[in-house]
Design a protein around this ligand. Structure first.
Ligand code: PLP
Length: 436
C-alpha cells in the first residue's frame, strides 16, 4: 500500500499546539504564524515537504520580528541620513522610550491624581538647554512646526526669495506654508535681500516675518541677507513676530559648523520664535521643536491644529533623555577625531584581510546630511571592499549601506558607532563567504 503524503497534511490546530510554534504565536501573533503554517501545509500537499518536517519548516519560515523595519548599518558617511531614519537614538533615549512605552505619567500629576501638563520633563529639558527661550512646544517635525506657525499667526508671512527652500523629496516650504491658507509676501531677489525690503513689506495683514535657514544649499558671489539681530531691531515696536526656522537643531554654536544657526544664539539675537528638527544635529527623535516668547508659544499651544500635531509619550521620553543624558550618537560622530577613525578602519580592514577578503583602510569624506551644512566636508576614514559587494551588503542579515567610490565600495566609519565595527566586519565576511 502506498501512502500519499497529501493525505498526511498535519492539521493547523495540531501544528499551532506544538510548544515551539505556540511560543512563536505568543511572540509574533497568530496571523503571522498561521501564514507560515499554511505555506508549509501547501508544500506537503505538493509533495515538497515531509509531514514530519512541518514544524521545523514553520519555525524557519517565521519573520524575526513583527515589524518589517530592520536595523541597518549606516556606512554612507552621511551622519544624518533621512532615508536611514536620521539620528540614531542614544542608549539612554532607547531606555527612556522602552520605559515610557506602557502606561506612563505623561499628562498626570501623580501627587494629586489630576491631569498635569503634558510632557513637562521634555519641555523643561529644552528650556534648561536653551535659556534664551521663555517657553517650549514639541510637535511631530519641523514641517509641522512651520505649518502650525503659519496657521496660528497666519495672514501674510514675509519671507526672502532666497529662502524659499525645497527640503527634499519634492517638499517645498513655500507650498507647505500656503497650504495652510497663509499667504507669502516674498521680498528681495534670489541672491540679495535687505532689512528695508522686509520693513517695506509690512502691512496690516502681516502675521510674521519668517527666516528659513537655507540649510541644503549655498548661494555665493554677489549676495546679501538680513540676519536675525538686524531684523529684530527693525521690527521692534511693530508687533510683528520674527520667526526663525534654524533647521538642524544645534542648541549652541558648534565650532566645526560656524554657518549653522543655533537655537540659543537665534533667540538671544532677538527672534521671537525659533523652530528646528529633533532628529538632525540635536540627535534625538523625530520632532519639531518650537522655542521662544511664552505668549506666542501659548498661542500655538492653544490653536486647534496643535492637537493634530502633538507628539506621543515615547517621543517626549526620547527627547528628554537626549537633552539630559549622555552626548547622543550624532554629536559623537560629528566630534570623532580622525586618528581614531583611521585606527578603526585599519582594524576592520586587517580583520577582513586576515580572513582573505580584499579590504583596505582609505581616506574618506563624510557629511552632516539631513539638509545640514551642505558644503561642509568632514575628514573621515573608510574600509574599501570590492565594488560588487555593495548589493549583497544591503541584503546581508544586518544590511549595510556604503557608497561606490571609483572601483571599490567604501564603508565610512564616521557614520557608524564604534560598537558596530564588529558587526560591520561580520557582515562583510558573510558576503565574502557567498562570493565566488
Ligand atoms: C530639515 C528642515 C526642515 C524640515 O524638518 P523636518 O523635521 O524634516 O520636518 C525644515 N526647515 C529646515 C530649514 C530644515 O533644514
Amino acid at each position: 500500500m502506498t501512502t500519499d503524503p497529501r493525505r498526511a497534511v498535519p492539521r493547523t490546530d495540531t501544528v499551532l499546539a506544538e510548544p515551539q510554534v505556540a511560543a512563536a504565536v505568543a511572540r509574533l501573533g497568530r496571523d503571522l504564524v498561521k501564514t507560515a503554517v499554511q505555506a508549509a501545509q501547501q508544500q506537503v500537499r505538493e509533495g515538497a515537504l515531509a509531514p514530519d518536517d512541518v514544524v521545523p519548516a514553520v519555525l524557519d519560515g517565521l519573520p524575526g520580528s513583527t515589524s518589517s523595519l530592520r536595523p541597518v548599518l549606516n556606512a554612507t558617511g552621511v551622519l544624518v541620513h533621512t532615508n536611514l531614519g536620521r539620528a540614531p537614538l542614544s542608549p539612554a533615549a532607547v531606555d527612556a522610550v522602552v520605559a515610557a512605552s506602557g502606561t506612563t505619567d505623561v499628562e498626570i500629576d501623580l501627587a494629586t491624581g489630576r491631569r498635569g501638563p503634558r510632557g513637562e520633563g521634555a519641555l523643561g529639558a529644552l528650556l534648561d538647554a536653551v535659556p534664551a527661550a521663555g517657553a517650549a512646544l514639541v510637535v511631530n517635525n519641523c514641517a509641522a512646526a512651520l505649518a502650525l506657525v503659519a496657521t496660528a499667526l497666519g495672514g501674510e508671512l514675509v519671507i526672502a526669495r532666497g529662502e524659499l527652500v525645497e527640503i527634499g523629496d519634492g517638499f517645498r516650504i513655500p507650498e507647505l506654508i500656503t497650504s495652510t491658507g497663509a499667504r507669502l509676501r516674498e521680498v528681495g531677489t534670489t541672491n540679495r535681500v535687505a532689512v528695508a525690503d522686509y520693513t517695506g513689506a509690512l502691512g496690516p495683514d502681516t502675521g510674521a516675518v519668517l527666516k528659513v535657514h537655507p540649510s541644503n544649499f549655498v548661494v555665493r558671489g554677489f549676495t546679501r541677507s538680513a540676519d536675525v539681530a538686524e531684523l529684530s531691531t527693525a521690527l521692534a515696536g511693530t508687533g510683528v513676530p520674527l520667526v526663525a526656522d534654524v533647521g538642524s537643531g544645534l542648541l549652541r554654536p558648534h565650532p566645526l559648523l560656524p554657518d549653522e544657526p543655533d537655537l540659543q544664539t537665534t533667540l538671544a539675537g532677538g527672534a521671537d520664535l525659533a523652530l528646528c528638527s529633533g532628529d538632525k544635529l540635536l540627535g534625538g527623535p523625530q520632532a519639531g521643536i518650537v522655542l521662544g516668547r511664552a505668549e506666542l508659544v501659548q498661542r500655538l499651544r492653544r490653536h486647534p491644529l496643535y492637537r493634530a500635531l502633538r507628539v506621543d509619550k515615547t517621543t517626549l521620553a526620547a527627547l528628554e533623555a537626549t537633552l539630559r543624558g549622555p552626548v547622543p550618537p550624532v554629536r559623537r560622530m560629528l566630534d570623532a577625531d580622525l586618528a581614531g577613525l583611521r585606527a578603526r578602519a585599519a582594524a576592520v580592514a586587517a580583520a577582513l584581510r586576515a580572513r582573505g577578503v580584499e579590504a583596505d583602510a582609505v581616506e574618506a569624506t563624510a557629511r552632516v546630511g539631513g539638509g545640514g551644512a551642505p558644503e561642509f566636508e568632514l575628514p573621515s576614514a573608510a574600509v574599501a571592499v570590492p565594488l560588487a559587494f555593495a548589493g549583497p551588503l544591503r541584503a546581508a542579515s544586518t544590511p549595510v549601506v556604503g557608497y561606490a567610490a571609483g572601483d571599490r565600495t567604501h564603508l565610512d566609519l564616521r557614520s557608524l558607532a564604534p560598537a558596530d565595527d564588529e558587526r560591520l566586519t561580520a557582515m562583510v565576511l558573510e558576503v565574502a563567504a557567498t562570493w565566488t
